[in-house]
Design a protein around this ligand. Structure first.
Ligand code: FES
Length: 338
């Protein structure tokens, strides 16, 4: 054993005897390995295209039964399977390439002082160039092109999946709810219209738009509900300090009956803990507190915005109706809110 120049007492490990591979000795075996690598990359490209086609053509409501886990959504299953196998094929192709075709000759490199000598750097550049040549990345067009093809297609499913992040903020999805002028307020769960004069002072009613039930049945989702839920309270008119809008001829309340969003403006927890003596609405998640007698102002906690008020009045039969949609976005703040 030769002592290391930097560490005289440390013995150097002897190089392991090199084992020549079939692809080193037989050109036909090397070409066969090239085709196998290219086949894996091409399979990856095919699987990635299939995953995009699954997203576009399989019905969202289709489910399939699987052993152990039971029913799963067909799009989730087939898209995940094809995309996952596509990524796996790229990995397998790269491993097969490295193990069968790239140089694997063992070398011993003594450590040296930094910085490297100019001739060492030149030698490194030559070694790198030789490594590139030995890797066959340049000389094997079929492997190079198939790898580049697979890698080029690889991000496409990720772009397609961006669609699933939710509706685009630019179409008003974050700034509007299903409340419209004339929509009746109905009790949550039972969908009964609410008479303005029958709301007791100090009481709180969880309410939704009367149009919600039909929308939920049509869409099969709770998306509309998530933004439209409100709480209705009645406060002695003499105790109301301020509201978020309205005028003497078109007040936003009905004889002290006020409607506010039920979605906390901190991170969106539903709220209905109401203290009638202080008129405070308390969020159970992080204790943000809103004063409903004073325009839904934040009086405590991490919420940064007042609780949005829904302008209401009554229809000809005395039932509570909305005057319009909310005038500000409901729920947690988002990046373009001003
Ligand atoms: S979600 Fe209401 S305080 Fe955090």
């Amino acid at each position: 054993m030769t002592p290391s120049p930097q560490h005289p007492s440390r013995p150097q490990a002897a190089p392991v005897a090199h084992q020549w591979r079939a692809t080193d000795l037989d050109a036909a075996a090397a070409r066969r390995a090239e085709r196998q690598v290219a086949g894996l990359f091409a399979t990856s490209a095919l699987l990635i295209v299939i995953s995009v086609l699954v997203y576009g053509f399989v019905d969202w409501n289709t489910s399939i039964g699987l052993p152990v886990v039971g029913d799963v959504n067909a799009i989730n299953f087939f898209m995940g399977l094809s995309f996952g196998l596509g990524v796996l094929c790229i990995g397998l192709g790269a491993i097969h390439w490295a193990k069968q075709l790239m140089s694997d000759i063992e070398v011993v490199e003594d450590r040296h002082d930094f910085p490297s000598e100019p001739q060492d750097r030149d030698q490194l550049a030559e070694t790198f160039a030789a490594g590139v040549a030995e890797s066959r990345f340049v000389s094997s067009g079929i492997m190079r092109r198939s790898l580049l093809g697979a890698m080029a297609l690889f991000p496409i499913p990720l772009v397609v999946l961006l669609r699933d992040l939710g509706p685009s903020p630019s179409n008003g999805a974050l700034t509007h709810t299903i409340w419209t002028a004339g929509t009746r307020l109905v009790t949550d769960v039972t969908y009964l219209p609410i008479k303005g004069d029958e709301v007791p002072i100090g009481g709180l009613i969880n309410a939704v738009p009367e149009t919600l039930r039909a929308i939920e049945e049509r869409e099969g989702s709770l998306n509309a509900r998530a933004k439209a839920v409100i709480v209705v309270v009645r406060i002695d008119e003499r105790n109301i300090v301020a509201q978020q809008g309205g005028s003497a001829s078109a007040p936003w309340d009905y004889k002290g009956v006020l409607a506010y969003s039920k979605v906390c403006t901190h991170v969106g927890c539903p709220i209905s803990l109401y203290e009638q003596r202080t008129h405070h609405l308390l969020c159970p998640c992080h204790q943000s507190t809103f004063d409903l007698a004073d325009a839904g102002k934040v009086v405590f906690g991490p919420a940064a915005r007042n609780m949005p008020q829904l302008p209401i009045t009554t229809d000809a039969e005395g039932y509570l109706i909305a005057r319009s949609d909310f005038q500000v976005p409901v729920g947690p703040s988002f990046w373009e809110r001003t």
